[in-house]
Structures are given as structure tokens and as C-alpha cells.
Design a protein around this ligand. Sequence first.
Ligand code: ADP
Ligand code: ZN
Ligand code: ZN
Length: 835
Amino acid sequence: MGYAEVSVNSPVAQRRTFSYAIPLGLSVDVGQAVLVPFGDKLLQGIILELSRYPSVEETREIVGVIEPRPLLSPARVSLARWISEYYLSPLFDAVALMLPPGFERKALTLISIPSIPDGYDLSSLTTEQRHALELVRRQGKVSLKELEKTLGKEKAQRIVSQLVKQGLAIRSYELEPVRARPKLAPYLSVAVDASEALEEASRLRRKGGSRQAALLDFLVQQSGPVSLAEVRQRAKCNKTVVDALAGKGLIRVQHIEVRRDPLSYLGIAPSYPLTLTAAQESAFRSISESLAQKPKEHPDVFLLHGVTGSGKTEIYLQALAEAVKLGKRGIVLVPEIALTPQTIERFASRFPYKVAVLHSKLSLGEQFDEWRRIRDGEFDVVIGSRSAIFAPQPDLGLIVIDEEHEWAYKQDTSPRYHARDVAIKLAQLSGAVVILGSATPDVETFYHAQRGGYHLLELPERVTPGKGASLPRVEVVDLRQELKAGNRSLFSRSLSQAMTKAIASREQVILFLNRRGTASFVQCRSCGFVLRCRRCDVALTHHFVEDVLVCHQCGYRMSVPQICPQCLSRRIKFLGTGTQKLEQEAGYAFPRARLLRWDSDVTKRRYSHEEILGKFRSHQADILIGTQMIAKGLDLPLVTLVGVISADTSMNLPDFRAGERTFQLLSQVAGRAGRGVLGGQVIIQTYSPEHYAIQAASKHDYTLFYNKEIAYRRQLHNPPFTQLACLVYSHTNDALCQREAERLKRQLIEERDSKGIADLSLIGPAPAFIHRLRGRFRWQLILRGSELSAFLGRCLFPRAGQWTLTLWDWFRGLFINLTSFNFCLVTLSPLSPSP
Ligand code: ADP
Ligand code: ZN
Ligand code: ZN
């Protein structure tokens, strides 16, 4: 007899598998979905391993298989195990990432009645018991849930237990109904042979049944079954006519699976590979050589560094074509926001009918259909947002991650993961090659590329010849000078003039505001000075209610000074602006201009991105106002001016990556201007024009930025020179929350000291950046050191049911899930290039 190690769909299972015996005659495989008994329930499970011996003495048997074919390939089984270990997430949560959409189902408890023994005296039962028995008997089989609805939860459970004990009722289990099924549609065909059908048709016509006759004639001419929808349209007939013919046995109605195709709304013309430029050619050659090689122990990871318009996408397309030539397939990840019809079309036109699209806004049915067709090997390329890395793409040869620095690649809910690191692990497990593409690579990624962990490929210039090919001119406006000159509006004199000019020439303007972090730091309105923590060098956060400044890294607090420590001005308290306010002010300042606002508040609906974009593209508005969303992936030829209202907001986030974030945002925003023949201009408004992130962005100089940034990171002992983890606790009681955080700190210190780990320090506890969220207070503790994942994985955390999982938004990097302890979240930044 064989055994299987099964990952079970139960919160109790946590990070382990369970041994089950494989009953004789049942053949199962790794990756297969099965039903297993677990406690008194029947649950879904996935087989992760087959073995000759069980890991425990007593095992129960697998009840049956759910799907005849394995759902996970062996590489993905290993990937799920890795995710669970590395991010400390429950194993089944990791497995579930790779299952078909809608797969996860709960088991229902059903109650039925066996044949009651002759002469059993039902009068010995209580009225309640008899009532319940009657309810079950009337329907034959009833779900426990239904009984609970009628009798109340506790009572129903108690009575059922009593009845089961007396042999009067039986419990059985079934999985709840499937949510996503293949979509079936009725198809019509002739059920008799053609000559007979034609005879019938003329007979019908004589008897006045001309519509039935017409349908028969139509169907005889078709080479195969035709969908009812099409028949209705082309043969102009209705359901009654169809039913009448079917009733006479003349036509057949079959239900055939149809595909719900998210690509169908695009009319796509095929495109052909372009002749590569010299820089593209050399990058492409390195990648194609790697594709042709045998898989290595550490996968080849290429960092393709090039500004927007330097031809990165063309390289992705040709590298994918190369992989296809070698009999392999690819996965392409783009940030959700970049998953526009424009992007999809570029891939779909190069690989007609061979591109699958996956993203969270597809309906469950669409996702399910795509998943199955991907598994069946119907696509050369799968394109999608971060979860597309889990698509069951067979023969994986190439993974492309566009805009690899994007924060959207990190998943914020359990199981937390970073798609880039998952991709590199998957590449290692499946022998694939990885391309990371970016105009502004993540500092850590670039560091690994510099040190040889990744292969660095540079595309130094834009491809398009002629006007508009060069990067836009960037002007940095010092807002302190504006104040000195008496200008208090949101628009500097420079920006104001440029806007007037652009609108008058019927060109378009984008105004960019980084709303995140607005009103959280305190800045001197005269000199731009921002109060920072002396120990951590992060901006102090202003707490509105208590009116104090707090360091969200180490907990340092101070009151808000009355005068600026730098210039002695009294106008020290300056809090930021939101998009709505900006829209208002722009309305006053430019009354003739047509405004359009684009931020997450207005784009919650499925197609609203496209709608807003479409409106702007067709020049139904002159000024587009938005947050970081507008920074990405737009190609708008009429935009000649981009104004950054305040570059300082992102710079003052309490995060060691604030400088990097600012540089990335500004570079992206700047890339929006001058995409067309009209050329373009960017105006950045700031109180700190001398800041290196702003300087570097205004010169389009990544190297300048990187060298400064990496020096600071080294000096302050921040990633990539160490790992950082952040634990966040939340509770409705602030004091208790703080106490628990302190208790955990003591415990971690004990743990560290007992293990003799030298390279591990704890910072905090401190109030989290968002101290109070949905009525809960949050405190955080930062860990700094190496191999934090392994350390935390071994620690035994206190169990505390009242803690909830909270999100820490500002750190990008790896995440660890401590859901098993149900109270905290850890973020962790990576140390090594190959996790
Ligand atoms: P990126 O992905 O770096 O923004 P793209 O691949 O989108 O760059 O290229 C920018 C523009 O240049 C696109 O319109 C693309 O069609 C064009 N392009 C790219 N490579 C070439 C080439 N080798 N020859 C001509 N045009 C090219
Ligand atoms: Zn000042
Ligand atoms: Zn501090």
C-alpha cells in the first residue's frame, strides 16, 4: 500500500502536510486534487508527495479524486512548498495560488435517515427530535446548514448528534457546488440526413410552416453545429420554431463548451518583428543564447535597463518568439495598471490567438476558462498582473517582468509574496530564463546586477528617430522662491505660464500629485525644511489628534515646533494637498480648460481606466489631474507638458526607500511628456530642489541617483546590505497594543540571545505609519539583520486570537505571513539575488 502527503484545505493545517493511505485500486499522482477525511469533515487536498511509508503511524484513506488530471506540475508543487517556507504562509494558501479559479470549496454536512429498525419506539424521542427527524424525512437528505436555519445553530447540532448516536440519522459530506464551470451554449444541427430534411422542409412549407422550413434549409447548408445565438441572428427564427423542430426529432440541440474570451473585444491586426537597433541586438543575443542553453542550477536573470521608448518591449516580443521557436512558452507580468488594451494588443498582434490574459478584474468564468486552456498548452504567452506568475503554463522557457521595480508586484493579503522573487524561484525550478525590465530599476535589483548576480543589459537611448525622440526637458522650480515672490497658489509662475501656453496651442497637460502621505509630515513653508528623526533619518509624522511628531521607525516623539529650526520662520506647519483640491484650484486658475481627474476614487469600476484614458486621448479634456496612477504606461502624443505639483510628498514618507520612490515616480512622470512629435517639457515643483532624487530625475540620470542612494544605504545599514522585517500588531486598545509589542520585543531578544545571533537588532516598538486603521491601533517592530526569514520561522510566537492581520504598505520587498499566529505581519527585504 502507498501513501500520500497531502496539503489539506483547513486553517488548522498551517505549514504542514498530512499522511493518507492510498486505497487499493485508486491511482493518484503528485499535484492531484483529492478528497480526504479530516477530523469529522471531508476536505479538499492536493497531493504533494507520494511515499512508501506514512509519516505517522495511524493514517486514514483518501476518499476519492476530485479531478482526474493533476492540477499542479511537480515544479509548482515545489514552488508552493517554497512559498510556504519562505514567507511563512499556510501551505494550502500557497498551493491555492496555483489552483484553477473557483476551485476552493467547503465541504457541506448532509443529514439523511437510514431505514429505522422495526419496532423502534419513536415516542421515546423528544418533540424536538421528532420534529427534526420529520424535516429530514420529508426531503430525504438535508444539509446541516438548512437545519440550522430552521432550528437554530446550537439546537440543530445537538439534536443531530443525539439522533446520530441513536442510529436514527447519518452524517455524510459533499463539497459545496462548483462556482466556476465551463460555459455551455446550445448548438443546433440536423438530426436526420440531408435529403430527408429537405423533403420535410418542403412539406412544412406547403402546410404553412415556412419559418420551420427556413430553419431546416439553413441548418442543412451548414457544415457543423451552429450556436443558437447565431441561428437566431442569421436564420431570423425564435425559440418556438427551434423547439417545434426539436420536438419532431428533425434537429438536435447539443450543449457545447464555449470559451469566455477576454480578448474578444479587440480587433487585432498581426504585427511583425522589427529590425533591432545595435543596442537591442546585443541584448537580444545574450538572452537568446541563454534560452538555447540547458537549465542551470541558478537561472539566468537579465536586468534590461532602458528608458521608456528604448525598445524593451520589442526585445520581450522577440525573446518570446525565440522561446517559442525552441518549443517553449512564456509568462509576461505587467503591473495591473499597465494591463491596458494597448499593452495586450502589442502581444496579441505578435502572437495572434496565442495570448492568454489573466487579471483580477476578469469574471470568475473567464479566469477559469483561461486557466484550463493555458494548462492544455493552447497559448505561447500568458500575460497578466502579479498572480499570472501562477498560471499553469507548460514548458515554461521565459518569464518577463516589465517595470520590475513596481510595488504592485507585492501581494498584500495572505499569502503574501513578491512576484519577482517567486518568478526567479519558479525559473530555477522549471529551467526558465528571467528578464526584468525597467527604466528605473529597484536599487536592490541593480545592486545585484552590478555585482554579477544578474546580467545587466543596457538600452541607453530611445529608438524612435526624429523629433520627440529625446527625453523631455525638465525644469525644477524652487517653491521657496515662489513664496518669497508672494505667490501662494499651487501653481508656480513657470508652471502657470507653461500651462497657459500649452492650452492655447491646443496641446494637453498632465498634473501629477502624489497624494499618498499627504498631510503626514510637517514642512516649513518658507524654506522647505522637513523635521526628521535624528536617529533614523526618516521624516517625522504629524499626528493630528495629539498634535505631536512621531518617528515611525524608532518611536521618537517631539512636539511641533513653533518656529522653523532652520530659517526661524513661523510658517512651519504646511500640510499637503489632495487631487480634489487641485482640481478646484486648476478650475479657478484656468477657467477655460476642460479638466479630467483620474485617481483610485474614480477608477474602481472595470473599464473606467479605459474610459478616462479614451476621453483624454480623444482630446475631450485639456488637463488630466491624477496620482501616481497616471505615471505609467501611457503614450499620449498631444501631451507636451507634465507638471509635478509637489515632489516632496513621496520624499518624506517614513521609509528608507522614500528617495528611491521619489526618483522612480518623477522619472516615470517625466516619461509621459514628449512622446509625440510635439516634444515636451516637465516642471517639477519642490521645496528641496537640491535633493539627489530630484536632481537625478531632472537629468534623466539613473546612475547619478543609484550611486548616491547605494552609498546612503551602505552608510545607514539598510537593504541590500542587510534585511529588514517589520511586524505590525493591531488592537482596539492602544496601550495593550503597545504592551504586546514590547512583550514580543523582549521575547525576540531572548530568542536571539539564546541562539547567540549577533547580527540582529530590533528597532521600536513604535506606532505604525498609519497608527489607527478601521478603529484599530497599530504598533510596529522592525528587525534588522540577516536571514530573518529563517529566524522568525523558528520562533514560537505567542498565540493571541484578538490580533488581526494588518497591512504595512510602505515597505516594498518580501513579505512574511505570520497568519498562523493570527496577529502580525512581517515584511522583509531580500538579501540574496536567488532566493
Ligand atoms: P519600451 O518598452 O522600452 O518603452 P518599446 O519597445 O515600446 O520601448 O519601443 C518604443 C517604440 O519604438 C515603439 O513604438 C516601438 O514600436 C518602436 N521600436 C522599438 N524597437 C524598434 C526598432 N528596432 N526599430 C524601429 N522601431 C522600434
Ligand atoms: Zn524654515
Ligand atoms: Zn527614529
